[in-house]
Ligand binder design. Structure first.
Ligand SMILES: [Zn+2]
Length: 201
């Protein structure tokens, strides 16, 4: 491993320039690998994001996040895509769908239910929305930890040249059959999918 790009959901959050500077300063003193630090979108901090420097990009949590870092409605997301030209990297899960499904499965203690609550459709909804906004403004977009066959098919047919995506090892190597063995250790976001998703990814 020669390089890392750290996410911003740390304590404190990497949202204003001062927090970014603090991380850069500590990394400059101690770090032996190449480094970079994402900055985080919050409903109110668009001006900070356009001026932040240096950073590999803006991370937007469209779901799976509580409180300040969640930006999930199209009307709230639109200005982030419309302003500036920095790369936008998204955690693509539809928070409203997740909330509804969580209510539907309330009371269940089976760890495997996690993959049904944060399901493929939740991921697809958010990736579709991010793609739509990226095309609307020609804005550079990166889909972080893409996890489903549906998103893969969508990008295969509709990905513009300026858009990229990545897959994590766990979404290639683990699937819902592993809940039996691993239980709650397998709960993560985006959730672990089916063997079919492994194959397509
Ligand atoms: Zn994420």
């Amino acid at each position: 491993m020669t390089s890392f790009l750290e996410m911003l959901n740390t304590h404190p959050l990497t949202t204003p320039q001062a927090a970014l500077d603090d991380k850069l300063n500590r990394a400059w003193q101690k770090c032996l690998a190449n480094y970079g630090f994402f900055i985080g979108a919050m409903p109110e901090n668009l001006p900070d994001l356009t001026s932040a420097n240096p950073t590999p990009g803006i991370k937007i949590f469209m779901g799976s996040m509580h409180g300040n870092l969640l930006v999930n409605e199209e009307s709230a997301l639109d200005p982030f895509f419309a302003n500036g030209d920095r790369l936008i990297a998204v955690h693509a899960e539809d928070q409203n769908r997740i909330r509804d499904r969580r209510a539907q499965f309330a009371g269940s203690t089976d760890p495997a239910i996690h993959s049904q609550i944060q399901d493929n459709q939740a991921a697809l909804n958010a990736t579709q929305l991010a793609l739509k906004l990226s095309k609307k403004y020609g804005r550079r977009l990166h889909i972080l930890h893409m996890s489903t066959a549906e998103e893969t098919d969508l990008l295969r047919h509709e990905k513009p040249a300026w858009m990229t995506a990545e897959v994590t090892p766990q979404h290639l190597l683990l699937n819902i059959n592993d809940y039996e063995k691993l239980g709650s250790l397998l709960q993560m976001n985006p959730s672990i999918r089916s063997p079919h998703d492994n194959e397509v990814l």
